[in-house]
Design a protein around this ligand. Structure first.
Ligand code: MF3
Ligand code: CO
Length: 263
């Protein structure tokens, strides 16, 4: 892998990809409710991807000896952090669903994930979702030229763990994205200021805080993909593809939050 600095024309292509990607999320959000299965949501997304002329690069994707990933999307419920397989089991009130997928359009890929409450969820689940999203906005402010990956990582960790008493997932990290699904650098959600690669304009990063209620070692189930922090624990995920520009971060997926990140 390598760090690819994208040219202005590549950035415009990625912005288009990201815009379509965000639209697909918006399009399926009204269907996320108790009773629907994650398989049905996955199929809706796949159809939407094809409708806009895009591709679902996760289908058949394998990383280092893994079995090929079977679906267009990752549908991760409750204690599953990432890489859950879509399932025909209907979603139930009170569950937390993470939808995460890579999307390719015109040769360029973006990465995006959101966490959804299925009906009414517990106050602690709500707090977990809120802090995870806020960690994204707090970290985003540091995605600036001259800062280092470790500055961002340490900020996310401090915000999540010291300020809010929750747990940053260690075993999965954000990453460069664009020409390939996974590019350098790795973008962890824990670390030390001043460490790691320096951010430069033209970098495009999947920045993705993944947070659990309680400290846990994440384990992969026998299916080779499903990543869980264990029954009784809960995880949330908030991810956008972000471009580093001279004047700071630019979101290529999602849209800028209207309220300030810091309470
Ligand atoms: N969107 C995730 C990521 O790259 C999932 C990729 S793994 C896959 O960060 F196999 F499911 F594609
Ligand atoms: Co990703």
């Amino acid at each position: 892998m390598a760090i690819y600095i994208k040219s202005p024309w590549e950035i415009e292509k990625m912005a288009k990809t990201g815009q379509l990607h965000s639209q697909i999320f918006a399009q399926i959000e009204p269907h996320i409710r108790p009773g629907v299965s994650t398989y049905e949501l996955d199929q809706m997304i796949l159809e939407a991807i094809h409708q806009v002329g895009g591709k679902a690069p996760q289908i058949g994707y394998r990383a280092g000896g893994q079995v090929p990933y079977p679906s267009a999307t990752c549908m991760s419920v409750d204690d599953v952090v990432v890489h859950g397989f879509p399932s025909k089991r209907p979603l139930r009130e009170g569950q937390l669903l993470k939808i995460d997928f890579l999307f390719t359009y015109d040769g360029y890929t973006t990465d995006m994930a959101r966490t959804y409450a299925i009906g009414k969820v517990s106050p602690e689940a709500e707090r977990l979702m809120r802090v995870t999203e806020e960690a994204f906005w707090v970290g985003l402010e540091l995605l600036q030229p001259g800062k280092r990956i470790g500055d961002v990582a340490a900020m996310v960790q401090d915000f999540v763990e010291r300020q809010h008493g929750l747990w940053c997932i260690r075993e999965m990290v954000g990453h460069g994205v664009g020409r390939e699904l996974h590019e350098d650098p790795q973008v962890p959600n824990y670390g030390e200021p001043g460490k790691g690669p320096k951010l430069r304009p033209g970098m495009t990063l999947a920045f993705e805080p993944m947070v659990a209620l309680y400290p846990a070692k994440m384990v992969i189930l026998a299916d080779g993909w499903t990543a869980t922090v264990g029954k009784g624990n809960l995880a949330a995920h908030y991810e956008n593809t972000v471009l580093i520009t001279e004047s700071g971060p630019r979101l290529l997926t999602g849209s800028q939050k209207s309220v300030p990140a810091r309470p």
